[in-house]
Design a protein. Structure first.
Length: 229
């Protein structure tokens, strides 16, 4: 049986990465707002509205109900997280944003990026950063960048030393320069799905390891905070 909001009798939906989430009662939406899952520019909708609108333009803005105290948190190294059952019967992971920050540090889902932003982030801002989280767009745009760079490098090597030569100086230098940021981006992508970066080693398992790794890397990141941010 669907639970309705005790405040206004409406259930709310919100858009996340192009997907519709909900329905949720008002109290649950307020918890999502407190934890940063629903942001001021997030599109929301409830019965009676003309259409989807940004959260900051609706009655949700500035009226979030304070979240109840969270259940005891699991140790930082444990994958388990504290939960509590909301008044409407919904279970919400993590508790209040402030308590979650104290236990895990500030964080949340990694933001989506365009091609240029992803390349700058991986090569300049986070060249050797193996902590934190990385979105699917950040990782896969950087993979595309590496692919394009390798094509250009191969063409240049063919012009310099000839296509028949096994010596590829440009490709070798660029390949070495991109190893560290490539591994770092992969670790952050795994962190975004709440997995340890050590899972990268699974690629050494013939065939099945590569298939499993691709599956991990294309998954959506966890909503809200996880062990890695």
């Amino acid at each position: 049986m669907a639970m309705t909001d005790a405040t206004n009798g409406r259930e709310w939906y919100f858009a996340d990465a192009g997907e519709q989430k909900g329905p949720y009662p008002r109290r649950q939406i307020d918890l999502f707002i407190a934890d940063g899952v629903v942001r001021p520019d997030t599109l929301v909708w409830a019965a009676g509205m003309d259409g989807w609108a940004e959260m900051r333009t609706t009655e949700l803005a500035g009226t979030a109900v304070p979240a109840p105290p969270p259940a005891p948190m699991a140790p930082r190294g444990d994958a388990g997280r504290g939960t509590f059952a909301g008044d409407a019967g919904y279970t919400y992971s993590g508790g209040a944003a402030e308590a979650d920050d104290a236990a895990y540090g500030p964080g949340g889902p990694a933001p989506s990026m365009g091609f240029q932003e992803a390349v700058v982030t991986c090569l300049k801002e986070k060249y050797a950063t193996f902590s934190g989280r990385g979105s699917r767009s950040e990782y896969w745009y950087f993979v595309l960048f590496n692919f394009l760079v390798n094509i250009v490098a191969s063409v240049i090597d063919g012009i310099i030393v000839g296509v028949e030569s096994s010596f590829a100086p440009v490709s070798t230098v660029l390949g070495l320069a991109l190893i560290v940021p490539g591994i770092a981006a992969g670790v952050r992508r795994l962190h975004d799905t709440d997995r340890s970066g050590w899972w990268l080693l699974i690629v050494f398992v013939p065939l099945l390891g590569l298939i499993a790794m691709i599956y991990f890397l294309v998954q959506r990141g966890t909503e809200g905070r996880n062990r890695f941010g």
